[in-house]
Design a protein around this ligand. Structure first.
Ligand SMILES: NC(=O)C1=CN([C@@H]2O[C@H](COP(=O)(O)OP(=O)(O)OC[C@H]3O[C@@H](n4cnc5c(N)ncnc54)[C@H](OP(=O)(O)O)[C@@H]3O)[C@@H](O)[C@H]2O)C=CC1
Ligand SMILES: CC(=O)N[C@@H](CCC(=O)OP(=O)(O)O)C(=O)O
Length: 345
């Protein structure tokens, strides 16, 4: 495959380069940039010195359609909405890592993203790329809306219990925490070292754009689902997301039964690992890998379930899930290029 990355100079782009350079089925990788076209990649990022020596190129949809089989858009919101219609088709597949194509309702996008939505035609063509849950459609799609980092952790943690209708819908609370790289490469007041270091902050309370994305998918699993409480926190670490999820059960279950349900659902999915009873994952268990690790327990006093789901935001939350989706789209081994073990400690 001939692959291209728009936004190659960003954090998501860097991870895509790392994965695709090592991918057994990728024969060439072209890197695109709006601000650094013409410069050599190694000169911008010296950790790639002597390894990624090629020059960044200008975005040119026509020549990209001719040259590439797949293009990843690791770009801020608002870019894909314009670029995807010019790229997708004539044999070129698109995987968008931004939120532009995830919400099926354009009005909802405008409400939460505070900008114009993509055209309805593009939104209809885009398939939500939650790899473990949407494989059939992903395999046939030419446009993938790669899920957000928080939604990936939250939805993989909730999928089996929601689809089996075991939760009382209005009781779902997601308490999520992220490392600083979730905010991308540009510093801002929230992520500035002096503020983020040794600090633990809640942000975008009840206003995070991942709320409608999570609710949309929960409703496709169970039409009784409506709203969820979802909170985001910034943790002074570089990578990782932990979503701690609380809900009440609609009928009595044991922890063993629930774990068995999760085991059954994910037994065919090598990147979701369910912990044994009494064990819970932490973010370093999945660091730099495509894994999502899940632990859960039921408090018999309150009849409440606690589910803990961890991912690396830049990997399963962005770049490696995008590569997993590419593998599915091209009918190759789902795990190709993704077998790197987690980095620990
Ligand atoms: N960081 C994370 O953990 C995750 C990020 N995402 C999403 O993925 C996308 C990329 O995120 P991330 O890599 O963190 O962001 P960064 O800010 O680190 O990088 C974004 C890149 O986009 C390029 N860019 C900026 N403006 C334009 C434009 N108008 N047209 C084309 N390219 C442009 C820039 O490269 P250049 O100037 O060279 O063109 C920049 O390096 C975002 O939408 C983000 O929300 C999704 C999941 C997780
Ligand atoms: C720590 C931090 O700031 N995280 C980002 C993650 C969002 C993200 O990556 O957004 P999309 O994938 O939906 O574009 C945030 O909360 O906005």
């Amino acid at each position: 495959m001939k692959a291209g990355i728009v936004g190659a100079t960003g954090y998501g782009g860097l991870e895509l380069i790392r994965l695709l350079s090592d991918h057994p089925e990728v024969e060439s990788l072209t890197l695109y940039s709006t601000s650094d076209a013409g410069k050599s990649f190694e000169n911008l990022y010296s950790h790639m010195n002597t390894v990624i020596t090629q020059k960044l190129e200008e975005i040119n949809p026509e020549s990209m359609q001719e040259r590439l089989d797949i293009v990843f858009l690791a770009t801020p919101p608002g870019v894909s909405r314009e670029l995807t219609p010019k790229l997708a088709g004539r044999g070129l597949k698109v995987i968008d890592l931004s939120g532009d194509l995830r919400l099926t309702d354009p009005q909802q996008y405008t409400e939460w993203y505070k900008q114009e939505a993509a055209s309805e035609e593009v939104l209809e063509r885009a398939v939500y790329g939650l790899s473990e849950w949407n494989q059939k459609k992903i395999k046939e799609a030419d446009i993938i809306a790669n899920p957000g980092c928080y939604p990936t952790a939250s939805l993989l943690g909730l999928g089996p219990i929601i689809q089996e209708r075991l939760a009382i819908p209005e009781t779902v609370v997601i308490d999520a925490k992220s490392g600083v790289s979730g905010a991308g490469k540009n510093p801002n007041p929230l992520t500035h070292f002096g503020h983020a270091q040794e600090n633990f902050q809640i942000y975008k309370v009840n206003q995070h754009k991942h709320i409608p994305e999570i609710e949309q998918q929960l409703k496709t699993w169970n039409d009784e689902m409506s709203t969820v409480t979802f909170s985001t926190h910034l943790v002074p670490m570089t990578r990782g997301i932990m979503a701690t999820i609380y809900l009440k059960l609609s009928e009595p279950q044991t922890t063993e039964q629930l774990l068995q349900l999760y085991e059954n659902y994910y037994s065919m999915h090598p990147f979701v690992r369910v912990r044994q009873e009494g064990q819970f994952p932490c973010t370093k268990h999945v660091y730099a890998s495509n894994y999502c690790d899940i632990g859960l327990t039921i408090d018999s006093r309150t009849n409440r379930v606690t589910i803990v789901s961890v991912i690396d935001n830049l990997m399963k939350g962005a770049a490696s899930q995008a590569v997993q989706n590419m593998n599915l789209q091209f009918g190759i081994e789902e795990t190709a290029g993704l077998q790197g073990l987690p980095l620990y400690p």
